[in-house]
Design a protein around this ligand. Sequence first.
Ligand SMILES: *[C@@H]1O[C@H](CO)[C@@H](O)[C@H](O)[C@H]1NC(C)=O
Ligand SMILES: *[C@@H]1O[C@H](CO)[C@@H](O)[C@H](O)[C@H]1NC(C)=O
Ligand SMILES: *[C@@H]1O[C@H](CO)[C@@H](O)[C@H](O)[C@H]1NC(C)=O
Ligand SMILES: *[C@@H]1O[C@H](CO)[C@@H](O)[C@H](O)[C@H]1NC(C)=O
Ligand SMILES: *[C@@H]1O[C@H](CO)[C@@H](O)[C@H](O)[C@H]1NC(C)=O
Ligand SMILES: *[C@@H]1O[C@H](CO)[C@@H](O)[C@H](O)[C@H]1NC(C)=O
Ligand SMILES: *[C@@H]1O[C@H](CO)[C@@H](O)[C@H](O)[C@H]1NC(C)=O
Length: 512
Amino acid sequence: MLQFLFYIGFVLQTSAFIAPPDEYACPFPTSKPELDSLRPLAKIYQDESELFRGLVGRRTFVDKTAFIKHFLDIREQLVLVAPPNFGKSTNLHMLKHFFQIPVDSRGANLTSVMAEKAAFFGNLSICKNHPSICLSHLSSAPVVFLDLESVNGSTPTEFHETFRSEVERMFRAHGYLSKSESLSAFNKEEFAAYESHSQRPHRTIGFYKCGVDVLTRLLFTHHRRKCILLVDNFDRLAVAAMLGKDEENLLPVEVDDIYFSLGKTAKHSEFVSRTLLTGVFRMGSHRQWHDANLFYHSIFADPQISQHYGLTLAEVETLIGRLGRSKEHSNVDLHGIKHYFDGYRISDKQIKIFNTGTVVGYLEGADEDDLIPSLPLFSIYKPLFRFELLGEHLQEAGEHGTNLAPQWVISITDLFQLREAVNANVTNFNGTHDKDLLVQLLQEAGYFTITARHPNGSVHLEIPCLAVKEAYEDLVYHDEFFVIEEEKLERELEADATKNNTHGHKGKKKGL
Ligand SMILES: *[C@@H]1O[C@H](CO)[C@@H](O)[C@H](O)[C@H]1NC(C)=O
Ligand SMILES: *[C@@H]1O[C@H](CO)[C@@H](O)[C@H](O)[C@H]1NC(C)=O
Ligand SMILES: *[C@@H]1O[C@H](CO)[C@@H](O)[C@H](O)[C@H]1NC(C)=O
Ligand SMILES: *[C@@H]1O[C@H](CO)[C@@H](O)[C@H](O)[C@H]1NC(C)=O
Ligand SMILES: *[C@@H]1O[C@H](CO)[C@@H](O)[C@H](O)[C@H]1NC(C)=O
Ligand SMILES: *[C@@H]1O[C@H](CO)[C@@H](O)[C@H](O)[C@H]1NC(C)=O
Ligand SMILES: *[C@@H]1O[C@H](CO)[C@@H](O)[C@H](O)[C@H]1NC(C)=O
């Protein structure tokens, strides 16, 4: 019966005949949230001692907990983009651990875990420097955490299944809701519908895209507190859809819908206090174009944000110092890092930040050639790098820098248009927009850094460092013309690197 009621409720809410004109609205039942009550203490439901805690003990840990203050000070809805390995996921896990209210399997507060968390954060910069923030915000909110990294778009079915499984995982992290005394039977039916699909294996994306909206409402009902919404790898949906085979072109509409729905929950939900979405690319719905309420920001655009991501030169020096090596060895390491990885410029200032992943990898002895991640998206676009299409522009951009007026949001339609261009006939190719889009994607992936901002809103881009220059060449120079060009460049770089090479790292990688 309950199931039936739930089903009716769902149909009523979504049906085109009865529902309000907004076809994208998620179902919202009419029953009022009930008041909270005390519950007996049972075993810990959520495992709080996860990713972030594991990092803190490590030699390579750099305390960026001051970001928690920034998160509270800045906008309530923010999308932060940065190339891989600047600490985006780590900071999200840190926020989750800091804010999450620890509860037992029936949803009752676990005061002992709260005390333990207070001791843990008491050792870190946020609570040392801002004790009042810790008093009022530590363990203060239910946290909805969605990580889309494992969404796989190899086929539309695979896309549905992997997305659904992430939504289910997000619900299961709050499994205590199924026993909550504050939730009505109807609410529990809603919860059960998202927690497992075994009863109804064929629910659509339209159902799962509402998961965040539903979960935040249920959590509010239980905790009587607004949620903090954190989404990691949010750009993955679009990238995954691009990488797969989708002959009927089903995914673009669905991906756009999910982005739109997520953006709407972030901006308008009365059950969400703050939202942070992070990813590499500025992916979003084309319907939120220039929507100032969901603010997209690069970590490099603002020193106030960049200080919480990546590593400053001083932090690099601190890390090297911790390794306990001889002064000479340390100097060689520092020189190597500056030589190969240099830093990404912040805004148009002289401040630079280094990529955490490459610096730590380098210090741990990895080959510098392996430290710049190659992103699968660009393998799809590789034919566009042909000299006759965009290759000439890209070569010019790589060598002398380029000006670009970046798009605010990149929609999945943009990505698909770029893929269409892959098959373009050279004669009728008109790549003005495609060139800018590709350069923007390259910039967001970390192949370019912004060295100047023009009053008209455009930016000047340059390749940030030697290691990226090599990765860029690998990406862009691949047909016969570029093999010749590359050999010439390689010889120059080789000569350069030999001159500057101080500690036996090999200066240049093998050919193609
Ligand atoms: C806080 O730091 C002290 C000294 O470094 C250490 O002994 C203690 O275990 C730390 N406490 C927590 C909760 O991590
Ligand atoms: C549980 O903890 C939250 C956040 O600290 C607090 O607002 C709430 O009142 C607590 N609930 C109970 C029943 O103690
Ligand atoms: C996606 O799934 C397919 C098979 O289901 C697998 O071959 C492929 O490697 C996966 N892709 C990613 C990026 O995980
Ligand atoms: C390329 O496009 C031009 C003009 O549209 C057309 O004349 C030509 O046949 C096309 N070539 C190929 C190989 O499709
Ligand atoms: C190429 O595209 C740009 C921008 O989309 C447009 O302004 C221009 O007229 C186009 N040129 C041709 C030859 O189609
Ligand atoms: C903006 O200004 C810069 C430098 O003055 C110029 O190179 C660029 O072409 C301009 N961009 C646009 C879109 O007008
Ligand atoms: C090598 O060192 C010289 C002088 O120290 C510098 O001008 C040059 O840019 C360096 N080359 C590279 C590839 O870093």
